[in-house]
Design a protein around this ligand. Structure first.
Ligand SMILES: Cc1cc2nc3c(=O)[nH]c(=O)nc-3n(C[C@H](O)[C@H](O)[C@H](O)COP(=O)(O)OP(=O)(O)OC[C@H]3O[C@@H](n4cnc5c(N)ncnc54)[C@H](O)[C@@H]3O)c2cc1C
Length: 414
Protein backbone atom coordinates (compact mmCIF):
# COMPACT_ATOMS: atom_id res chain seq x y z
CA UNK A 1 0.00 0.00 0.00
CA UNK A 2 1.34 3.45 -0.86
CA UNK A 3 1.94 5.73 2.06
CA UNK A 4 1.00 8.94 0.35
CA UNK A 5 0.66 10.77 3.70
CA UNK A 6 4.41 10.62 4.33
CA UNK A 7 5.10 12.65 1.17
CA UNK A 8 3.08 15.66 2.31
CA UNK A 9 4.94 18.68 3.69
CA UNK A 10 3.28 20.28 6.72
CA UNK A 11 0.97 23.19 5.95
CA UNK A 12 2.31 26.62 7.00
CA UNK A 13 1.14 27.55 10.51
CA UNK A 14 3.06 30.77 11.04
CA UNK A 15 2.83 33.99 9.10
CA UNK A 16 6.48 33.74 8.02
CA UNK A 17 5.92 30.23 6.64
CA UNK A 18 2.64 31.25 5.02
CA UNK A 19 4.30 34.21 3.27
CA UNK A 20 7.11 31.94 2.06
CA UNK A 21 4.64 29.31 0.81
CA UNK A 22 2.60 32.00 -0.92
CA UNK A 23 5.70 33.54 -2.55
CA UNK A 24 6.60 30.10 -3.90
CA UNK A 25 3.08 29.46 -5.18
CA UNK A 26 2.40 32.89 -6.72
CA UNK A 27 4.17 32.17 -10.05
CA UNK A 28 2.25 28.87 -10.27
CA UNK A 29 -1.18 30.56 -10.07
CA UNK A 30 -1.20 30.54 -13.87
CA UNK A 31 -1.29 26.72 -13.92
CA UNK A 32 -3.83 26.46 -11.10
CA UNK A 33 -6.94 26.21 -13.28
CA UNK A 34 -5.65 23.16 -15.16
CA UNK A 35 -3.91 21.42 -12.24
CA UNK A 36 -6.15 22.07 -9.24
CA UNK A 37 -8.42 19.04 -9.58
CA UNK A 38 -5.57 16.56 -9.74
CA UNK A 39 -4.81 14.81 -6.46
CA UNK A 40 -1.05 14.28 -6.60
CA UNK A 41 1.46 13.15 -3.97
CA UNK A 42 2.72 16.33 -2.26
CA UNK A 43 -0.21 18.39 -3.64
CA UNK A 44 2.04 20.66 -5.72
CA UNK A 45 -0.88 21.85 -7.88
CA UNK A 46 -2.59 23.60 -4.99
CA UNK A 47 -1.34 26.18 -2.51
CA UNK A 48 -1.82 24.40 0.86
CA UNK A 49 -2.59 27.87 2.28
CA UNK A 50 -5.96 26.94 3.76
CA UNK A 51 -4.98 26.71 7.45
CA UNK A 52 -3.06 30.00 7.16
CA UNK A 53 -5.99 31.70 5.43
CA UNK A 54 -8.53 30.21 7.80
CA UNK A 55 -6.71 31.74 10.79
CA UNK A 56 -5.66 34.82 8.84
CA UNK A 57 -1.95 34.37 9.30
CA UNK A 58 -2.09 35.75 5.80
CA UNK A 59 -5.21 37.55 4.60
CA UNK A 60 -7.29 36.99 1.49
CA UNK A 61 -6.78 40.70 0.74
CA UNK A 62 -3.01 40.20 0.57
CA UNK A 63 -3.34 37.12 -1.62
CA UNK A 64 -5.76 38.87 -3.97
CA UNK A 65 -3.60 42.00 -4.20
CA UNK A 66 -0.40 40.02 -4.97
CA UNK A 67 -2.28 37.95 -7.54
CA UNK A 68 -3.49 41.11 -9.26
CA UNK A 69 0.03 42.54 -9.22
CA UNK A 70 1.48 39.47 -10.93
CA UNK A 71 -1.22 38.06 -13.18
CA UNK A 72 -3.99 39.20 -15.46
CA UNK A 73 -7.54 38.59 -14.28
CA UNK A 74 -8.08 36.12 -17.13
CA UNK A 75 -4.99 34.07 -16.15
CA UNK A 76 -5.89 34.05 -12.45
CA UNK A 77 -9.69 33.96 -12.46
CA UNK A 78 -10.08 30.35 -11.28
CA UNK A 79 -7.61 30.94 -8.46
CA UNK A 80 -9.30 34.17 -7.35
CA UNK A 81 -12.65 32.43 -7.49
CA UNK A 82 -11.49 29.67 -5.15
CA UNK A 83 -9.92 32.13 -2.71
CA UNK A 84 -13.25 33.94 -2.66
CA UNK A 85 -15.27 30.75 -2.06
CA UNK A 86 -14.00 30.84 1.53
CA UNK A 87 -15.29 34.37 1.97
CA UNK A 88 -18.56 33.54 0.27
CA UNK A 89 -19.21 30.67 2.72
CA UNK A 90 -18.21 32.92 5.63
CA UNK A 91 -20.61 35.62 4.52
CA UNK A 92 -23.40 33.11 3.86
CA UNK A 93 -23.18 31.57 7.34
CA UNK A 94 -22.71 34.96 9.01
CA UNK A 95 -26.28 35.68 7.91
CA UNK A 96 -27.45 32.23 9.06
CA UNK A 97 -25.54 31.42 12.28
CA UNK A 98 -28.23 28.92 13.27
CA UNK A 99 -26.91 26.54 10.56
CA UNK A 100 -23.69 26.12 12.56
CA UNK A 101 -25.51 25.77 15.89
CA UNK A 102 -28.02 23.25 14.59
CA UNK A 103 -25.18 21.19 13.07
CA UNK A 104 -23.39 21.10 16.44
CA UNK A 105 -26.62 20.10 18.20
CA UNK A 106 -27.31 17.37 15.62
CA UNK A 107 -23.83 15.89 16.12
CA UNK A 108 -24.56 15.47 19.84
CA UNK A 109 -28.08 14.14 19.21
CA UNK A 110 -26.94 11.63 16.58
CA UNK A 111 -24.12 10.36 18.78
CA UNK A 112 -26.66 9.85 21.60
CA UNK A 113 -29.50 8.30 19.59
CA UNK A 114 -28.23 6.38 16.55
CA UNK A 115 -28.28 2.58 16.85
CA UNK A 116 -24.91 1.21 18.06
CA UNK A 117 -24.31 -0.67 14.78
CA UNK A 118 -24.62 2.58 12.78
CA UNK A 119 -22.21 4.37 15.12
CA UNK A 120 -19.85 1.42 14.91
CA UNK A 121 -19.88 1.61 11.13
CA UNK A 122 -19.38 5.40 11.23
CA UNK A 123 -16.36 4.95 13.49
CA UNK A 124 -14.96 2.20 11.25
CA UNK A 125 -15.29 4.32 8.09
CA UNK A 126 -13.68 7.27 9.88
CA UNK A 127 -10.78 5.06 11.01
CA UNK A 128 -10.08 3.94 7.44
CA UNK A 129 -11.77 0.56 7.77
CA UNK A 130 -14.65 0.75 5.30
CA UNK A 131 -13.19 -1.95 3.05
CA UNK A 132 -12.97 0.45 0.08
CA UNK A 133 -9.17 0.75 -0.05
CA UNK A 134 -8.90 4.17 -1.74
CA UNK A 135 -11.39 5.76 0.68
CA UNK A 136 -9.59 4.16 3.60
CA UNK A 137 -6.30 5.64 2.43
CA UNK A 138 -7.91 9.08 2.35
CA UNK A 139 -9.36 8.71 5.86
CA UNK A 140 -5.91 7.76 7.14
CA UNK A 141 -4.27 10.59 5.23
CA UNK A 142 -6.60 13.05 6.94
CA UNK A 143 -5.89 11.60 10.38
CA UNK A 144 -2.11 11.52 9.82
CA UNK A 145 -1.66 14.89 8.12
CA UNK A 146 -4.67 17.06 9.01
CA UNK A 147 -5.17 17.75 5.30
CA UNK A 148 -7.06 16.44 2.29
CA UNK A 149 -7.10 17.85 -1.22
CA UNK A 150 -10.44 19.47 -2.18
CA UNK A 151 -11.32 16.77 -4.72
CA UNK A 152 -10.52 14.05 -2.16
CA UNK A 153 -12.78 15.83 0.38
CA UNK A 154 -15.58 15.72 -2.19
CA UNK A 155 -15.05 12.03 -2.97
CA UNK A 156 -14.82 11.05 0.64
CA UNK A 157 -17.79 13.11 1.82
CA UNK A 158 -19.90 11.68 -0.99
CA UNK A 159 -18.76 8.16 -0.14
CA UNK A 160 -19.73 8.70 3.51
CA UNK A 161 -23.16 10.13 2.75
CA UNK A 162 -24.30 8.39 -0.43
CA UNK A 163 -22.42 5.06 -0.42
CA UNK A 164 -22.32 4.36 3.33
CA UNK A 165 -25.67 6.06 3.98
CA UNK A 166 -24.29 7.84 7.05
CA UNK A 167 -25.55 11.22 8.30
CA UNK A 168 -23.60 14.10 6.79
CA UNK A 169 -23.41 15.76 10.20
CA UNK A 170 -21.15 13.04 11.61
CA UNK A 171 -18.90 13.06 8.54
CA UNK A 172 -18.55 16.83 8.84
CA UNK A 173 -17.66 16.34 12.49
CA UNK A 174 -14.90 13.86 11.57
CA UNK A 175 -13.44 16.47 9.20
CA UNK A 176 -13.83 19.23 11.79
CA UNK A 177 -11.93 17.22 14.38
CA UNK A 178 -8.96 16.53 12.09
CA UNK A 179 -8.57 19.19 9.40
CA UNK A 180 -5.96 21.79 10.39
CA UNK A 181 -7.90 24.26 8.25
CA UNK A 182 -11.24 23.26 9.85
CA UNK A 183 -13.56 26.14 9.21
CA UNK A 184 -17.13 26.32 10.55
CA UNK A 185 -18.33 27.90 7.30
CA UNK A 186 -16.39 26.02 4.59
CA UNK A 187 -16.70 22.64 6.28
CA UNK A 188 -20.38 22.73 7.30
CA UNK A 189 -21.54 24.25 4.03
CA UNK A 190 -19.39 22.04 1.78
CA UNK A 191 -20.78 18.94 3.50
CA UNK A 192 -24.30 20.30 3.10
CA UNK A 193 -23.50 20.85 -0.59
CA UNK A 194 -22.29 17.26 -1.10
CA UNK A 195 -25.42 16.04 0.73
CA UNK A 196 -27.64 18.00 -1.67
CA UNK A 197 -28.92 20.41 1.00
CA UNK A 198 -27.00 23.55 0.16
CA UNK A 199 -27.98 23.83 -3.50
CA UNK A 200 -31.33 22.07 -3.75
CA UNK A 201 -31.33 19.50 -6.54
CA UNK A 202 -27.51 19.33 -6.63
CA UNK A 203 -25.88 16.35 -4.98
CA UNK A 204 -22.25 15.36 -5.49
CA UNK A 205 -21.85 11.67 -6.34
CA UNK A 206 -18.46 9.96 -6.24
CA UNK A 207 -17.57 7.94 -9.40
CA UNK A 208 -14.63 5.61 -9.90
CA UNK A 209 -13.95 7.00 -13.39
CA UNK A 210 -13.51 10.45 -11.84
CA UNK A 211 -10.92 9.06 -9.43
CA UNK A 212 -9.20 7.26 -12.31
CA UNK A 213 -8.95 10.59 -14.14
CA UNK A 214 -7.81 12.77 -11.23
CA UNK A 215 -6.19 10.59 -8.55
CA UNK A 216 -2.52 9.63 -8.51
CA UNK A 217 -1.84 5.98 -9.29
CA UNK A 218 -0.98 5.12 -5.67
CA UNK A 219 -4.47 5.93 -4.47
CA UNK A 220 -5.97 3.29 -6.75
CA UNK A 221 -3.21 0.69 -6.64
CA UNK A 222 -5.29 -1.37 -4.20
CA UNK A 223 -8.68 -1.90 -5.83
CA UNK A 224 -10.37 -3.65 -2.94
CA UNK A 225 -14.00 -2.54 -2.60
CA UNK A 226 -13.83 -0.19 -5.59
CA UNK A 227 -16.94 -1.80 -7.12
CA UNK A 228 -18.89 0.09 -4.45
CA UNK A 229 -17.98 3.39 -6.09
CA UNK A 230 -18.17 2.17 -9.70
CA UNK A 231 -19.90 4.62 -12.02
CA UNK A 232 -23.63 4.53 -11.35
CA UNK A 233 -23.27 2.47 -8.16
CA UNK A 234 -23.61 5.47 -5.85
CA UNK A 235 -27.03 7.09 -5.92
CA UNK A 236 -28.28 10.06 -3.89
CA UNK A 237 -29.32 9.38 -0.31
CA UNK A 238 -31.98 11.82 0.76
CA UNK A 239 -30.89 13.82 3.79
CA UNK A 240 -33.46 15.71 5.84
CA UNK A 241 -32.54 19.35 6.35
CA UNK A 242 -32.80 20.10 10.06
CA UNK A 243 -31.49 23.64 9.66
CA UNK A 244 -33.52 26.74 9.17
CA UNK A 245 -31.65 28.56 6.39
CA UNK A 246 -33.60 31.79 6.53
CA UNK A 247 -31.40 34.84 6.30
CA UNK A 248 -31.03 37.61 8.84
CA UNK A 249 -29.29 40.95 8.29
CA UNK A 250 -25.57 41.16 8.89
CA UNK A 251 -24.80 42.69 12.28
CA UNK A 252 -23.75 46.27 12.06
CA UNK A 253 -20.07 46.17 13.07
CA UNK A 254 -17.75 49.15 12.46
CA UNK A 255 -14.72 48.82 10.19
CA UNK A 256 -12.63 51.49 11.90
CA UNK A 257 -11.57 51.82 15.50
CA UNK A 258 -11.81 55.12 17.36
CA UNK A 259 -9.49 54.93 20.37
CA UNK A 260 -10.88 55.91 23.73
CA UNK A 261 -8.81 57.77 26.29
CA UNK A 262 -8.31 54.88 28.72
CA UNK A 263 -6.45 51.57 28.67
CA UNK A 264 -7.49 49.37 25.74
CA UNK A 265 -6.56 45.72 25.42
CA UNK A 266 -6.52 43.64 22.24
CA UNK A 267 -8.03 40.17 22.34
CA UNK A 268 -6.47 38.11 19.53
CA UNK A 269 -8.40 35.03 18.48
CA UNK A 270 -8.10 32.25 15.94
CA UNK A 271 -10.44 33.84 13.38
CA UNK A 272 -8.02 36.64 12.52
CA UNK A 273 -4.39 36.65 13.54
CA UNK A 274 -3.11 39.54 11.42
CA UNK A 275 -3.69 42.58 13.66
CA UNK A 276 -0.69 44.39 12.20
CA UNK A 277 -2.50 44.59 8.86
CA UNK A 278 -5.71 46.56 8.51
CA UNK A 279 -7.96 48.45 10.90
CA UNK A 280 -6.16 47.53 14.14
CA UNK A 281 -2.68 48.39 12.87
CA UNK A 282 -2.77 51.85 14.48
CA UNK A 283 -4.03 50.60 17.82
CA UNK A 284 -1.82 51.37 20.82
CA UNK A 285 -2.95 48.59 23.15
CA UNK A 286 -1.96 48.50 26.81
CA UNK A 287 -1.88 44.70 26.55
CA UNK A 288 -2.61 41.90 24.08
CA UNK A 289 -3.90 38.45 24.98
CA UNK A 290 -4.88 35.25 23.24
CA UNK A 291 -6.46 32.21 24.83
CA UNK A 292 -6.48 28.54 24.07
CA UNK A 293 -8.94 26.24 25.75
CA UNK A 294 -7.41 22.87 25.22
CA UNK A 295 -9.70 20.95 27.56
CA UNK A 296 -12.77 22.36 25.80
CA UNK A 297 -11.28 21.50 22.41
CA UNK A 298 -10.85 17.94 23.60
CA UNK A 299 -14.06 17.52 25.63
CA UNK A 300 -16.57 19.56 23.68
CA UNK A 301 -15.26 19.22 20.11
CA UNK A 302 -13.13 16.05 20.44
CA UNK A 303 -10.40 17.68 18.34
CA UNK A 304 -7.40 15.58 17.36
CA UNK A 305 -4.14 16.32 19.19
CA UNK A 306 -2.68 17.55 15.89
CA UNK A 307 -5.44 20.12 15.64
CA UNK A 308 -5.09 21.20 19.30
CA UNK A 309 -1.39 21.68 18.69
CA UNK A 310 -2.00 23.59 15.46
CA UNK A 311 -4.36 25.98 17.26
CA UNK A 312 -1.68 26.58 19.89
CA UNK A 313 0.92 27.20 17.16
CA UNK A 314 -1.13 29.74 15.20
CA UNK A 315 -2.12 31.63 18.35
CA UNK A 316 1.48 31.65 19.60
CA UNK A 317 2.59 33.04 16.25
CA UNK A 318 -0.08 35.76 16.43
CA UNK A 319 1.00 36.70 19.94
CA UNK A 320 4.72 36.74 19.06
CA UNK A 321 4.06 39.10 16.15
CA UNK A 322 1.73 41.28 18.24
CA UNK A 323 4.42 41.55 20.91
CA UNK A 324 7.03 42.73 18.41
CA UNK A 325 4.59 45.04 16.63
CA UNK A 326 2.79 46.73 19.53
CA UNK A 327 5.67 46.58 22.05
CA UNK A 328 3.35 45.98 24.99
CA UNK A 329 2.80 43.07 27.43
CA UNK A 330 1.35 40.03 25.67
CA UNK A 331 0.13 36.70 26.94
CA UNK A 332 -1.08 33.37 25.60
CA UNK A 333 -3.06 31.56 28.27
CA UNK A 334 -4.76 28.19 28.36
CA UNK A 335 -8.09 28.71 30.14
CA UNK A 336 -10.82 26.14 30.72
CA UNK A 337 -13.37 28.92 30.40
CA UNK A 338 -12.18 31.31 27.69
CA UNK A 339 -14.78 34.03 28.33
CA UNK A 340 -13.88 34.08 32.04
CA UNK A 341 -10.18 34.05 31.11
CA UNK A 342 -10.58 37.13 28.90
CA UNK A 343 -12.65 38.94 31.55
CA UNK A 344 -10.07 38.09 34.24
CA UNK A 345 -7.22 39.35 32.04
CA UNK A 346 -9.10 42.58 31.22
CA UNK A 347 -9.72 43.16 34.90
CA UNK A 348 -6.12 42.45 35.94
CA UNK A 349 -4.83 44.83 33.24
CA UNK A 350 -7.27 47.53 34.41
CA UNK A 351 -8.69 47.87 30.92
CA UNK A 352 -11.66 50.04 30.17
CA UNK A 353 -12.12 48.47 26.74
CA UNK A 354 -11.36 45.19 24.99
CA UNK A 355 -11.14 45.36 21.21
CA UNK A 356 -11.04 42.41 18.82
CA UNK A 357 -11.72 41.46 15.23
CA UNK A 358 -15.36 40.43 14.90
CA UNK A 359 -15.47 36.71 15.75
CA UNK A 360 -16.84 34.53 12.95
CA UNK A 361 -19.74 32.13 13.35
CA UNK A 362 -18.25 29.10 15.08
CA UNK A 363 -16.43 28.37 18.34
CA UNK A 364 -15.11 31.93 18.72
CA UNK A 365 -18.48 33.51 17.91
CA UNK A 366 -20.12 31.22 20.46
CA UNK A 367 -18.06 32.89 23.21
CA UNK A 368 -19.52 36.31 22.56
CA UNK A 369 -22.78 36.33 24.58
CA UNK A 370 -21.08 35.23 27.79
CA UNK A 371 -18.01 37.38 27.23
CA UNK A 372 -20.21 40.45 26.63
CA UNK A 373 -22.06 39.74 29.86
CA UNK A 374 -18.91 39.21 31.95
CA UNK A 375 -17.22 42.35 30.65
CA UNK A 376 -20.39 44.41 31.06
CA UNK A 377 -20.58 43.26 34.69
CA UNK A 378 -17.10 44.75 35.24
CA UNK A 379 -17.95 47.92 33.34
CA UNK A 380 -15.50 47.07 30.53
CA UNK A 381 -16.53 47.85 26.98
CA UNK A 382 -16.25 45.18 24.27
CA UNK A 383 -15.71 46.51 20.75
CA UNK A 384 -15.59 44.43 17.58
CA UNK A 385 -14.09 45.62 14.31
CA UNK A 386 -14.85 44.00 10.96
CA UNK A 387 -12.39 44.45 8.10
CA UNK A 388 -13.96 46.70 5.46
CA UNK A 389 -13.30 44.05 2.79
CA UNK A 390 -15.19 41.43 4.85
CA UNK A 391 -18.11 43.81 5.29
CA UNK A 392 -18.16 44.39 1.53
CA UNK A 393 -17.81 40.73 0.54
CA UNK A 394 -20.22 39.34 3.15
CA UNK A 395 -23.12 41.50 2.08
CA UNK A 396 -22.81 40.05 -1.44
CA UNK A 397 -23.14 36.47 -0.13
CA UNK A 398 -26.89 36.44 0.38
CA UNK A 399 -27.75 33.86 -2.28
CA UNK A 400 -25.82 31.63 -4.71
CA UNK A 401 -22.06 31.72 -5.39
CA UNK A 402 -22.28 32.62 -9.05
CA UNK A 403 -24.32 35.76 -8.54
CA UNK A 404 -21.90 36.61 -5.69
CA UNK A 405 -18.93 36.09 -8.01
CA UNK A 406 -20.53 38.05 -10.81
CA UNK A 407 -20.81 41.08 -8.51
CA UNK A 408 -17.48 40.67 -6.71
CA UNK A 409 -15.40 39.96 -9.80
CA UNK A 410 -16.35 43.34 -11.31
CA UNK A 411 -14.04 45.02 -8.80
CA UNK A 412 -11.34 42.33 -9.23
CA UNK A 413 -11.20 42.76 -13.00
CA UNK A 414 -10.00 46.38 -12.70
C1 LIG B 1 -16.49 18.30 2.25
C2 LIG B 1 -15.56 19.48 2.24
C3 LIG B 1 -15.13 20.03 3.44
C4 LIG B 1 -14.30 21.16 3.43
N1 LIG B 1 -13.88 21.69 4.62
C5 LIG B 1 -13.07 22.78 4.64
C6 LIG B 1 -12.63 23.33 5.87
O1 LIG B 1 -13.00 22.90 6.96
N2 LIG B 1 -11.78 24.39 5.81
C7 LIG B 1 -11.36 24.92 4.62
O2 LIG B 1 -10.57 25.86 4.63
N3 LIG B 1 -11.79 24.42 3.44
C8 LIG B 1 -12.62 23.37 3.41
N4 LIG B 1 -13.03 22.86 2.22
C9 LIG B 1 -12.68 23.57 0.98
C10 LIG B 1 -11.38 23.13 0.28
O3 LIG B 1 -11.37 21.75 0.15
C11 LIG B 1 -10.12 23.58 1.01
O4 LIG B 1 -10.17 24.97 1.29
C12 LIG B 1 -8.88 23.34 0.12
O5 LIG B 1 -8.82 22.00 -0.25
C13 LIG B 1 -7.65 23.73 0.90
O6 LIG B 1 -6.46 23.36 0.24
P1 LIG B 1 -5.53 24.44 -0.44
O7 LIG B 1 -5.26 25.56 0.49
O8 LIG B 1 -4.36 23.75 -1.03
O9 LIG B 1 -6.50 24.97 -1.59
P2 LIG B 1 -6.21 25.74 -2.95
O10 LIG B 1 -6.81 24.95 -4.04
O11 LIG B 1 -4.80 26.15 -3.08
O12 LIG B 1 -7.13 27.03 -2.80
C14 LIG B 1 -6.65 28.26 -2.28
C15 LIG B 1 -7.56 28.73 -1.19
O13 LIG B 1 -8.86 28.97 -1.69
C16 LIG B 1 -9.85 28.59 -0.72
N5 LIG B 1 -10.63 27.48 -1.27
C17 LIG B 1 -10.28 26.64 -2.26
N6 LIG B 1 -11.29 25.78 -2.53
C18 LIG B 1 -12.28 26.09 -1.69
C19 LIG B 1 -13.60 25.58 -1.48
N7 LIG B 1 -14.08 24.59 -2.22
N8 LIG B 1 -14.36 26.13 -0.50
C20 LIG B 1 -13.88 27.16 0.25
N9 LIG B 1 -12.65 27.69 0.07
C21 LIG B 1 -11.87 27.16 -0.88
C22 LIG B 1 -9.07 28.16 0.51
O14 LIG B 1 -8.89 29.26 1.36
C23 LIG B 1 -7.74 27.70 -0.07
O15 LIG B 1 -6.70 27.78 0.84
C24 LIG B 1 -13.88 21.74 2.19
C25 LIG B 1 -14.32 21.16 1.00
C26 LIG B 1 -15.15 20.06 1.02
C27 LIG B 1 -15.59 19.46 -0.30
Amino acid sequence: MCNHASTIAPAPLTRADALAAWAAFLPRVRQYATGRNHVQPGHGQVSRLSAALRHRLITEDEVIRDTQDHHSFAAAEKWLQEVCWRRYWKGWIEMRPQVWRIWRRRVRELRATLPPEVLKNADAVASGESGVACMDLLARELIETGYLHNHARMWWASFWIHAEGLPWELGADFFFRHLLDADPASNTLSWRWVAGLQTPGKTYLVRLSNLEKYAHAGLLSDRRGSERIADGAVTPTLQKDHADTSRRPLSDIPSTFHPSSGRTGLWLHADDLAPEIGPLADLAPAAVAAFTSEQTYRDQYCLSEKRVQALRTVLADGIARASAYYQCPTTLTDADDTAAGIAGWAHSQQLIEVVAFAPAVGPVGDLVPRLSMLLAESGIQLTFIRRASDAHVFQLAGSGFFSFWEKLSRSLRL
